[in-house]
Each structure stands twice: as structure tokens, then as C-alpha cells.
Write a protein that binds this ligand. Structure first.
Ligand SMILES: [Zn+2]
Ligand SMILES: [Zn+2]
Length: 308
């Protein structure tokens, strides 16, 4: 897909959300700017025919040990592109969030002064080093949530550019974990396949998808005897899978209920179903965290890996 057709698709999908009562025009405009900047960065990065080379034996070993295939250090560095994107994202945030203009300017200044380095931030985020974010934001007087959002948004196009090249190397029934086989992030969205009804999870960061058990919580790995509890839309293809153990939820698109099949853009699906987040939160459930699960969570999730 060319960059212009990709951007056109983003615009068309977002335009379908305009006028809906659960999402404001300004939120749509904000995400449109973010998604377009990410799309342009991804394509610029791809123009250099980037890929990471992993031998078949390395891939099998990583997958066997449950280690995701891509880590930030393996991605070919492109510091100019990364710094440009970071600045662009800061400016988008500044233009759309009137109340936070000064806070964003402080982040821009810290990057310009060399006190904040986006490459380091992404590395620390992928190492789940939340202490680093806490310390650096305290020292520089920055808003931590905003810095994490910017870091995640800047990292996304680089992981998205690399992941598709490795997709065929991960057999559907060989991973089955609650974190992404490509980058290790947790799932943002789940789908039930149109033909087979099999469940797939979609990654928050690199947008890859992978197969997962139907009746298992995609966060804590709990598998309830009666199956996962869910809230289904009366009409429409979505439902919310709820976990009684960790009280988290994930939105699931049942593709069998779609009239036409469509290509999933996880970030846009997520926005388009904001009303389901409100519903789940009202019922007392929380969204997942972005970061990959802890080692204990992984062990817990691995205790029962029957496919359903
Ligand atoms: Zn991923
Ligand atoms: Zn759970």
C-alpha cells in the first residue's frame, strides 16, 4: 500500500466516526494528526529497506523460550527520523491540548537541550523500567504520563515497519502467549476469525496479531471453568471480554458478525469503540497496561495452554 492510500484509509476510517456522540471532533482530529505522522515515519523508515536479520535457528530458539523476536536494540537506528517524529508528535500534542502547552514545551526543550533522548526513552520503555521514567520526569519537572504517551507513539512506526517481515516466521499455533511474539507488548484488541472463529490478539505497539486461546484472559491468563464472561452488543460485531480474576477487559471483534470483511487498524478500531470502554469501566473493569506482563504473569499464563 502506498503512503497516500494508507493515509487516505486512515482519514476515511476516522471520518466515519465524525458525528458520533461518544467521541468529539477534536479527539478525532488529534488522532488523525498522530496517525498520519506515524504513517509517514513508518514509510520513510521502510524506504531504506530495513529489516532485521535473524537466522531460522535463532528464531526457533527465541520462540521456544518465549522471547519476542524484535527488541529495540535490533532495529537499525535512524536518529534523525526518530528525533523529527518525536518533535512532530510534541507539536501535535501542543496544538491540540491548550491546557498542556507549557508542559509540552518543557519536553521539547529537554529534548533540544539533550537532557531527554527519545531513543533512551524507548529502550527503557521496552525494558519496563518505570523507575527511569519516574526519575527523569521528576528531575526535569515533566509530566510522566505525557512522556510515556510520546515515547510509545514515537516507537510505534519503527516496530510496525519491521514486524510484517517476520510475521510468516511465527506459526499460529506455536506462540499462544498473552504478549506479542514480535515485540512483547500486551494486546490492545482481540478478534474472532470470520471463518474459523479462532481468537487472535492484536498488539498495541507493532500491530501484529497472533493466535490465543478463546476462553483465557489475555492479561492474567486465567481460564474460568464457565469460560470468560463477556458483554455483547445487541447489534454489532463487538463484545467485551471480562476477567473476574484481574478485573480487566479486552474488546473483541467477532468477524463472523461483519457484513463485509475489513482490514483491522487496531488504533482506529480502538477509537471507534470508545463507548465500550465507558461501559466496561462503568461495570468496574479496567483496561490493560501497555507494558508486557511480568515473568510471574507469564509463568501463571503458561500453566494452562489448551487451545479452544
Ligand atoms: Zn507487537
Ligand atoms: Zn485476567
Amino acid at each position: 500500500m502506498t503512503i497516500s492510500s494508507e493515509i487516505q484509509k486512515i482519514e476515511e476510517s476516522l471520518n466515519q466516526l465524525r458525528g458520533k456522540e461518544y467521541i468529539s471532533e477534536s479527539t478525532i482530529d488529534f488522532f488523525q494528526d498522530i496517525l498520519k505522522a506515524q504513517c509517514a515515519a513508518k514509510n520513510k523508515f521502510k524506504e531504506n529497506s530495513i529489516s532485521i536479520s535473524l537466522a531460522d535457528s535463532e528464531i526457533s530458539e527465541k520462540l521456544r523460550q518465549g522471547i519476542p523476536l524484535i527488541c529495540w536494540e535490533d532495529i537499525p537506528p535512524n536518529e534523525t527520523l526518530l528525533a523529527d517524529l518525536f518533535l512532530q508528535l510534541c507539536n501535535i500534542l501542543k496544538n491540540h491540548q491548550d491546557s498542556e502547552t507549557e508542559e509540552i514545551q518543557k519536553i521539547i526543550d529537554s529534548q533540544t537541550d539533550g537532557n531527554l533522548n527519545i531513543g533512551d526513552l524507548i529502550r527503557k520503555l521496552s525494558q519496563q523500567d518505570s523507575d527511569y521514567f519516574h526519575t527523569v520526569c521528576n528531575e526535569l519537572g515533566l509530566n510522566k504520563e505525557v512522556v510515556v504517551f510520546l515515547t510509545l507513539s514515537a516507537a510505534k512506526p519503527f516496530f510496525e515497519a519491521i514486524a510484517p517481515g517476520l510475521r510468516d516466521r511465527v506459526a499460529d499455533d506455536k506462540w499462544l502467549k498473552n504478549y506479542c511474539p514480535m515485540c512483547g507488548s500486551s494486546a490492545q484488541l482481540s478478534t474472532l476469525d470470520k471463518k474459523s472463529g479462532q481468537r487472535y490478539l492484536y498488539c498495541t505497539l507493532c500491530s501484529s496479531h497472533w493466535r490465543y486461546m478463546r476462553l483465557k484472559c489475555s492479561f492474567c491468563g486465567d481460564e474460568q471453568a464457565g469460560g470468560q464472561k463477556f458483554l455483547a452488543e445487541e447489534q454489532g460485531p463487538y463484545r467485551i471480554d471480562l476477567c473476574e480474576k484481574c478485573k480487566r477487559y479486552i474488546k473483541t471483534l467477532d468477524e463472523r458478525k461483519l457484513v463485509d470483511s475489513k482490514e483491522i487498524i487496531p488504533s482506529i478500531e480502538d477509537l471507534a469503540t470508545m463507548y465500550l470502554d465507558m461501559l466496561a469501566e462503568k461495570e468496574g473493569y479496567e483496561r490493560s497496561w501497555f507494558l508486557p506482563p511480568s515473568v510471574e504473569d507469564v509463568h501463571q499464563a503458561d500453566k494452562n495452554t489448551t487451545l479452544h
